[in-house]
Design a binder for this molecule. Sequence first.
Ligand SMILES: *Cc1c(COP(=O)(O)O)cnc(C)c1O
Length: 383
Amino acid sequence: MIPYGRQDISQDDIDAVISTLTSDFLTQGPATPAFEATIVKHCGVTHAVAVNSATSALHIACMALGVGPGDLVWTSPITFVASANCALYCGADVDFVDIDDRSWNMCPQKLAAKLEQAKQAGRLPKVVIPVHLCGQSCDMAAIGALAKAYGFKVIEDASHAIGADYAGAPVGNCAHSDIAVFSFHPVKIITTAEGGLCTTNDAALARSMQLLRSHGITRESEEMTHAPDGPWYYQQVTLGYNYRMTDLQAALGLSQMSRLQQFVARRRDIAARYDKALRGHGLQLPDPIEESASSWHLYVIRVQPDIHLKIFEGLRKAEIGVNLHYIPVPSQPYYRDLGHDPALYPSAMNYYAQAISIPVYANMTNEDVDYVARELIRLLDAN
Ligand SMILES: *Cc1c(COP(=O)(O)O)cnc(C)c1O
């Protein structure tokens, strides 16, 4: 089976992890700050806070922005459930903004219209979480302008998009957002096995997220309510979690970061190869916005709804590990029970009836790319 995505682990990655394994620190040593510094440099941002998953990163990002009961958080219906669940963890309510039919990302025009309605109803969101689907940046200039106009904060769910560019600069620089979040799950662009990270240009937000990832505990006397009892003293100043990244994971991440450009370049080659092979076969292919250079975490095609299941099953039968990213979150039974109605997001539901993620990963061979394209065209011709 050709998987839809997989990690690329080199001997250098293995050596880096083993060297940490035999060092003094398995966690909370030098590797995590070094990994954070590498991301800061890559993104051109001032702060990075590494954690044990992007789900944790989204949670502490919401908390640092003060999301709580009575607040509203908006995200895209076409995303992994974690982009919405983070608001529920904080006791806030979630709502969705339908996608754009071309980019499949949150549509800025639909966002603007929904904001105007929300303003009249007196229920504006506190935070909006655009998701860079497949590694293609959302229209962040438009979303950032709306954030200023309506006074909400922005968390970019950039789980798919480390190594991507927007307006000639790296995704994660937070030029139009408060916080950006990356995932390092093995199917993503680089991996730490499990892992995630928040970037921000706001020192207070970064400090808040550092406290939240480690029990809300500080060892800095100026952050305490009274002078330390002694040299052993630490103080819990807020309710935090154990969301720390281990040094084993960070060592792997640091080693992987040295190949980020290579990984993204290979994914771009594969996407270009698919573009060329699949054009003219009645498929809707990815259609990136001009300002963005995707990291190609996913390559999604759209087929006509009446042949969707047949093509999906046919590809699986040909040992091609296709997938569907994503089931619209408001259509999940858990979200329906909260009162969400997926019919309010027709573009997302149309996408769901058509989308198939075909394999793309850094160590995929051209032979495998050509096999996937050939099988897909064969199935399209037969159906
Ligand atoms: C993978 C992913 C997440 C969750 O990442 P984890 O690191 O597995 O917690 C969140 N949002 C999106 C869009 C993702 O693809």
